[in-house]
Design a protein around this ligand. Structure first.
Ligand code: ADP
Length: 191
């Protein structure tokens, strides 16, 4: 089977669950297979593409739909994409999946799962303590909803796995889908 479309590896999970860290860990591993990827990071997207949007349900949905829209444009032109945004609502994630799959693209939902206890302990960005103290309104997982995926393609349990173990699980899923074979396939087509 040939993959003329790019894949979309879609992270979902609470702030600090490991989406950015795993994206960073995956890039060199994918590069070893000759696979280039465009990254749409939630925090970064909010500084330009979604600048001005807040954290109401409506704005969150708009933000995720925009990320999904760009991912779809890239994927249908053969560019692989990793998205690293909380993407808290199931319905919007499913909508994005449907739009990408309708174009024939592969959509791989990766749930970065981590307990609130571990996140509060970790508190990478110092936000949980503030949110738990009531200083941040609409903080996902504390004072705003997070809908965990019902049937994610990969679950990484970042409160009990190392970064390398979680990254390996994701790579195994890409391998299972025959998405890591780019170089071999290209080489084969020369002969
Ligand atoms: P997010 O992008 O989801 O907001 P970050 O990647 O910024 O989260 O932060 C995740 C933190 O958790 C980092 O400090 C990272 O080192 C740590 N961590 C521990 N174990 C894992 C794991 N298995 N996968 C990803 N991150 C992990």
């Amino acid at each position: 089977m040939s993959h003329t479309k790019g894949f979309t590896l879609w992270f979902t999970g609470l702030s600090g669950a490991g989406k950015t860290t795993l994206t960073t860990a995956l890039l060199p591993e994918l590069a070893k297979h000759g696979i280039r990827v465009e990254v749409l990071d939630g925090d970064e997207v909010r500084t330009h593409l979604s600048k001005g949007l807040g954290f109401s349900k409506e704005d969150r949905d708009t933000n995720i739909r925009r990320i999904g829209f760009v991912a779809r444009l890239l994927a249908r032109n053969g560019v692989n994409v990793i998205t690293a945004a909380i993407s808290p609502y199931r319905e919007i994630r499913d909508e994005v999946r449907a739009s990408i799959e309708a174009d024939g693209g592969e959509f791989i939902e990766v749930y970065a799962k981590c307990s609130l206890e571990a996140l509060t302990e970790r508190d990478v960005k110092g936000l949980y303590k503030k949110a738990l103290a009531g200083e941040i309104k609409s903080f996902t997982g504390v004072s705003d909803p997070y809908e965990a995926p019902l049937s994610p393609d990969v679950v990484v349990e970042t409160d009990r796995e190392t970064v390398a173990e979680s990254a390996a699980k994701i790579l195994a899923e890409l391998e299972r889908r025959n998405l890591l074979a780019t170089i071999t396939r290209k080489a084969a087509s020369i002969f």
